[in-house]
Ligand binder design. Structure first.
Ligand code: ISL
Ligand code: CA
Length: 551
């Protein structure tokens, strides 16, 4: 039985690129592979190791590439397979790795499997998806899509409904069918044989459906996700089969994206003895504040809730499993806007959050632009938004009587386009992202916040990341050391220890706009890294972050 082991994917740091928004090389307004290639030295200099690319396959882009119509082809707007090979080689030359984002819970409705499937009830591809007759003149059950509305779409050709947990252009694949699984494993093998270093697997806990398709008894979307959509009866059988048949034959990493994976079931996916995935992105802290109707139906939550979740998850994993640590990605607001203060303390709080992500136990994942301190965008018009989730809910909420202005405020807080605006390279038009018209407007704050500026400022967020990434590389305690939360008087402080035979480190974070006192005795410790200048031992300035090492 495999127990706690060392692995490169525990030691390295992931950096997520959202290719559409990273760098446009040809002026069509869409980020592309050659754009990424032009920034390889930038990434290497920052000191990140593993590049995760959001999907770059052929896609009608209903959900920006998470609706794949051909898993073997690069979307022409991103470039060619030759560009991809060059990108992969360029990363490997620089000692970095590449992981691909694969979406196997669903395909695009324009995938050839679905095009055949929808033609007749007797088509050999019919069972590649889930088709059901309606009930009482409506859909087969009350399941709701993640993006609003029913999860079933009526198709007039065969007078049946098909299942889509996301948009109606993302029909769910039927993993019960062995031919679907074989087709998927072939795709996995194709990319691994090209020499990539692993996968991020989109919504992997959703792949096994509860086949009675009973109504969800739950009001809240999150509860339905956890108890009805996720963790279905055969999910582990399927992931294990993929591991046995394909994954285990390669030196790679896998990270499963896990809506609905609670800490109670986390180890079933990533336990070292499971033969399934190396790690998961659990979304518990990301879903905090989501009310019964999801992210645009906010409910209050506190920093204490965030800390509790982190501590509980670490305890649940212990030395038996592994997670990735992150505070944002392409689906959630900017970390500095959500968990920091993107106004008076943007610099300090962005650095504090960097220290936090790089010192908790798990493989850190940094989303593009965090190293610049990029923050949420506040467009005034719904027209400026591109995300289908935002548009679907806009329709749903305004039809129910919410004013467009009120809905836009919710989008400013929680919309996915907050993180999808162009990467801010410099203060020229469109943030230096494109010479054309960008597919989504740049955040107007690019004049102040951009990579040219941070690179010229020794005190910038960028250099804090760079320094800390280098420190983490040589400090294995931050990787393999035990994690122990330390109780504090103020719930605004987050204090924890990382410890092994080599070192005893204490991280002290003041997650607030206020001065806080910290009475923990650290007289035997040396202050090693600090995000701002302050010589008072037991007084922490707003958003101050410190790392101590025992003498
Ligand atoms: O942001 C969310 C919805 O409000 C999340 O629930 C998100 O939809 C969920 O985590 C699944 O996300 C993944 O699959 C989606 C895709 O749109 C997301 O971009 C992807 O990360 C469907 O493929
Ligand atoms: Ca382009």
């Amino acid at each position: 039985m495999a127990t706690f082991t060392k692995a490169w994917w525990k030691e390295e740091v992931i950096y997520q690129i959202y290719p559409r928004s990273f760098k446009d090389s040809n002026g069509d307004g869409i980020g592309d592979l050659r754009g990424i290639i032009s920034k390889l030295d930038y990434l290497a200099d920052l000191g990140v190791d593993i590049i995760w690319l959001s999907p770059i396959y052929e896609s009608p882009n209903d959900d920006n590439g998470y609706d794949i119509s051909d898993y073997y082809k690069i979307h022409p707007e991103f470039g060619t397979m030759a560009d991809f090979d060059e990108l992969l080689a360029g990363l490997h030359e620089r000692g970095m790795r590449l992981i691909m984002d694969v979406v196997f819970n669903h395909s695009s409705d324009e995938h050839k499997w679905f095009e055949a499937s929808r033609q007749s009830k007797y088509n050999p591809y019919r069972d590649y998806y889930f088709w059901k007759p309606g009930k009482n003149g409506g859909p087969p059950n009350n399941w709701k899509s993640f993006f609003g509305g029913s999860a079933w779409e009526y198709d007039a050709t065969t007078e049946e409904y098909y299942l889509h947990l996301f948009t109606k252009k993302q029909p769910d694949l039927n993993w019960e069918n062995p031919k679907v699984r074989e087709g998927i494993y072939e795709i996995v093998k194709f990319w691994l044989d090209k020499g990539i270093d692993g996968f991020r697997m989109d919504v992997i806990p959703l792949i096994s459906k509860r086949l009675d398709f009973a109504d969800s008894p739950y009001e809240a979307l999150n509860e339905t996700i956890e108890k009805i959509y996720s963790n279905g009866p055969k999910v582990h059988q399927y992931i294990n089969e993929m591991y046995e048949k394909v994954l285990k034959h390669y030196d790679i990493m896998t990270v499963g994206e896990g809506p609905g994976i609670s800490k109670e079931v986390g180890l079933n996916y990533v336990g070292h003895d499971r033969g399934e995935l190396n790690m998961i992105f659990h979304l518990d802290h990301m879903f905090l504040g989501h009310g019964p109707l999801g992210k645009f139906d906010p409910v209050p939550y506190s920093w204490q809730d965030v800390k509790d979740l982190i501590n509980d998850w670490d305890a649940a994993m212990g030395r038996s499993g592994w997670i990735s640590v992150f505070l944002d990605n392409h689906d959630f607001p900017r970390l500095v806007s959500r968990f920091g203060n993107d106004k008076e303390y943007r610099l300090e709080s962005a650095k504090l959050l960097a220290m936090m992500v790089l010192t908790l136990r798990g493989t850190p994942c940094i989303y593009q632009g965090s190293e610049l301190g990029m923050s949420n965008v506040h467009f005034d018009s719904i027209e400026d938004y591109r995300d289908i989730e935002t548009h679907n809910y806009y329709k749903e909420f305004t039809e129910r009587g919410l004013s467009p202005e009120a809905f836009l405020e919710l989008v400013h807080e929680n919309g996915r386009d907050n993180v999808r605006t162009p990467m801010q390279w410099d203060d020229s038009e469109h943030a230096g992202f494109t010479t054309g018209t960008p597919w989504i407007k740049a955040n107007p704050n690019y004049i102040e916040i951009n990579s040219e500026k941070v690179l010229a400022d020794k005190n910038s967020i960028y250099y804090f990341y760079q320094k800390f990434l280098a420190y983490r590389k040589q400090t294995k305690t931050l990787i393999y050391g035990a994690y122990e939360p330390i109780a504090t008087e103020s719930d605004k402080l987050f204090v924890y220890r990382r410890k092994d035979k080599e070192a005893d480190l204490v991280i002290v974070l003041n997650h607030s706009d206020l001065v806080e006192s910290c009475n923990i005795d650290l007289s035997e410790y040396r202050l090693e890294i600090q995000n701002l200048e302050n010589k008072m031992a037991q007084v922490l300035l707003p958003w101050e972050a410190r790392l101590y090492r025992k003498l």
